[in-house]
Design a protein around this ligand. Structure first.
Ligand code: ADP
Length: 190
């Protein structure tokens, strides 16, 4: 299994790039944001539990998120590898992922980060909010809160993966195709 973590701030383009990478490398794409939104839309028990956090731009508690993530992974026992998009977002989630993957004889092969300036990303999200219907993309204050969550809770993962020699950063500014090429160069070298 080649498991890859796609890393980056909100709006960095993880979802867009995941669509290309999953085809190219035959990976199973798991987006925690997409799974949460699906549950919100369908008003499931999980959806009810995560709504208040998501609407505010806060992270959903680790326990709930990790339980959901492991259920998603278990749906694909024969996968070639998983492309994680939006998980892990905290050190505790990264540890839970490492423990789980080790228990099935696997590991994270690499974390690939899309880098971009905050101001460009905030503008991108506000633009996306005009058409996506996502409540968390329509209000600048909620967007700023997501960046604060990122800086406090998610940014420490850079050091976590650097310590394992698994962190690779690419420039996230350019055309979609240019960025796919940059990400592919990292993955091809693994
Ligand atoms: N790994 C996670 N841990 C906690 N909350 C998460 C996680 N992944 C997604 N969420 C929740 O879902 C929301 C949207 O996720 P996502 O679409 O990945 O966001 P973004 O576009 O901000 O990167 C987050 O703001 C958060 O509330």
């Amino acid at each position: 299994m080649t498991n890859i973590v796609l890393f980056g701030k909100p709006g960095a383009g993880k979802g867009t790039q995941a669509e290309f990478l999953k085809e190219k490398y035959h990976l199973t794409h798991i987006s925690t944001g997409d799974v949460f939104r699906y549950n919100l839309k369908n008003d499931t028990e999980l959806g009810k539990q995560c709504k208040v956090f998501m609407d505010a731009g806060d992270l959903v508690p680790d326990e709930l998120t990790t339980k959901m993530l492991l259920e998603e992974i278990n749906k694909h026992p024969d996968t070639n590898g998983i492309l994680f998009d939006g998980y892990p977002r905290t050190i505790s989630q990264a540890q839970a992922l490492d423990t789980f993957l080790a228990s099935i004889g696997s590991q994270v092969a690499a974390t690939v980060a899309l880098e971009a300036d905050d101001e460009i990303l905030v503008a991108r999200l506000l633009e996306r909010g005009k058409t996506s219907g996502r409540i968390d993309d329509q209000d600048e204050e909620k967007i700023r809160n997501r960046y604060q969550e990122y800086n406090e809770k998610t940014a420490p993962l850079i050091g976590y993966y650097q310590a394992q020699n698994k962190f690779h950063a690419v420039n996230g500014i350019g055309t979609i195709q240019e960025i796919t090429v940059r990400l592919s160069a990292v993955i091809d070298n693994l």
